[in-house]
Design a binder for this molecule. Structure first.
Ligand code: PCA
Length: 200
């Protein structure tokens, strides 16, 4: 079994992304499952292209994409991705789409096919703050989640896939006060969440 797990590069004038530190702390093997770890650009469309290419090349059994959600105090699996790009700030390539569909003619939304409630429960049982989120926003994270689920639906790949947002790191919170979580704690939570995919 293989799980593809992605982090994002830094964005919004930051030098790091909280997902990069957490991803680097995850093992390469978890309960006999190979974790294929990749870092992808914070660019509308390009993130989708990168992840869907990885999916088609690696043929993983599940896909978990990670993003940083500054301001959140818990790890938050996302329930739903919506068919809109509405960027408050430019992505790292300077794109700033407003009120634009991710895919013309695409459905309004896709639900995560990850066991989101079991993941939240597993993280909390391991002492890591977590809750279910009902919005992935309208920036690149939502774009990637929508594009990934759309690709899987349209290519008939019925594998669990979805998105998890994580808080800023304590180092990031030193520059700009915001709730934060140590990368070690995030990694511990993510391991517990990933195990719900493995133990099924
Ligand atoms: N968070 C942004 C994009 C990249 C990231 O880590 C988001 O929530 O859309």
């Amino acid at each position: 079994m293989t799980i593809l797990i992605t982090a994002f590069e830094p964005f919004q004038q930051e030098t790091t992304n909280a997902t990069m530190a957490a991803l680097s702390l995850l093992p390469d093997q978890l309960c006999g499952v190979t974790l294929e770890k990749r870092v992808i650009p914070v660019v509308f469309g390009e993130a989708i292209d990168a992840v869907t290419k990885l999916v088609d090349d690696l043929r993983p059994d599940a896909v978990v994409c990670l993003g940083q959600a500054s301001g959140r105090a818990e790890i938050t699996p996302e329930r739903v991705a919506i068919n809109v790009m509405d960027a408050r700030i430019p992505d790292t390539a300077g794109n700033q789409p407003v009120d634009t569909p991710v895919r013309e003619e695409g459905p309004a939304a896709y639900f995560s096919t990850l066991p989101v409630k079991a993941m939240v429960q597993a993280m909390k049982e391991n002492g890591v703050p977590a809750s279910l989120s009902n919005t992935a926003g309208t920036f690149v994270c939502n774009d990637l989640m929508y594009g990934l689920l759309d690709h899987l639906a349209r290519t008939g790949q019925a594998i669990p896939a979805g998105f998890i947002h994580v808080p800023a790191t304590p180092a990031q919170a030193c520059d700009r006060p915001t709730p934060s979580m140590a990368p070690e704690t995030v990694a511990k939570g993510l391991e517990a969440a990933l195990k719900t995919l493995i133990m099924k």
